[in-house]
Design a protein around this ligand. Sequence first.
Ligand SMILES: Nc1ncnc2c1ncn2[C@@H]1O[C@H](COP(=O)(O)OP(=O)(O)O)[C@@H](O)[C@H]1O
Ligand SMILES: [Mg+2]
Length: 370
Amino acid sequence: MTHVLERYEELIAAGELRPDPEQRAAALRLNQLQEQLEAIPPRGSLIWRLARAKAPAPGGIYLWGGVGRGKSMLMDLFHACLQINRKRRVHFHEFMLEVHDRLRIERMKERGDPIQPVVAAVAEETRCLCFDEMVVNNSADAMIMSRLFTGLIDAGVTLVTTSNREPDQLYKDGLNREHFLPFIGLIKDRLDVLTLNGPTDYRMERLAGVTTWHVPNGPAATAAVREAFFRLTDYPPEDAAHVPTDDIDVGGGRMMHVPKSLKGVAVFSFKRLCAEARGASDYLAIARRYHSVIIVGIPRLGPENRNEAARFVTLIDALYEHKVKLIATADAAPAELYAEGDGRFEFERTESRLIEMQSLDYLALGHGEG
Ligand SMILES: Nc1ncnc2c1ncn2[C@@H]1O[C@H](COP(=O)(O)OP(=O)(O)O)[C@@H](O)[C@H]1O
Ligand SMILES: [Mg+2]
């Protein structure tokens, strides 16, 4: 039974994190929410049945600030420490895709307002919903968010969310923004808005000095990307054999297995990504879910690899458009990777993107920000 603040301070004492007053204040607030949520007896328990007191759910938290400030780190600590049954941490975009799927099913039933049953189902499953990276960039989401989230809060769901933007800046200049404004009002009324915007971009600090494109493939390159992975995730190198795996929903009812993944960083082989029948939806799912991707074993490509080259182009487009940080081992520099073959012309864009993706300016961008 560890509390968020205690855990945060343990990590500082262990040297994994540097002391940061704004983070500590946020950890304290999350700690308080943890205590409130844990004090409510579990549904169906004896005390719960005796009391039946429907105390309102504790108000949630909106944690916003620039990239690399530790928002996801704090949310993950909170989620990991929280001892309640119905908790869920999900990437915001993934949650909205799921909501749209559920809405589609409800609409087919033609039983009136589809939002209410979706709200009821989510509230039944979850008491505390943690969203990472709330970003609203399409009108389909914007149109339903106010009603969806009002419904969830009223149904007793506590929301904790991170975002790179302050509430007033969400969906800025978006289409039909007037329908979205009530959602901003809801955040300000019902969530505690905390700022995490200190001077240090810790991710940048961890990436500083890290070479992102290693040539050629081989033990030295492998060792360098392993080191980068440990640095980005604080994973102990001596336990390299047990790095967690992940499975991601790539749409159309298909899943993709990710052999190594931790704290928003995923490791793939070029083979798995580009030598198998994969396409844009797989790459988009990856680009949305991870802020950093490590690809190992990129070979020099020739005319006989035109399928691999075409997939690689699509992959890099998805990563680039979502500002995903790329670390790679390859047999050639981007400009020599695909000297000839079908789609050679297209590949020039990829070369240029790969070069830009190594720049400090690119590395300083926030994941998913336009
Ligand atoms: N106080 C800190 N000291 C050292 N590293 C930190 C600190 N806070 C966060 N980090 C690390 O910096 C990186 C970026 O943090 P993250 O939570 O992903 O940022 P954000 O979600 O705000 O973009 C992560 O590797 C995280 O572990
Ligand atoms: Mg984050």
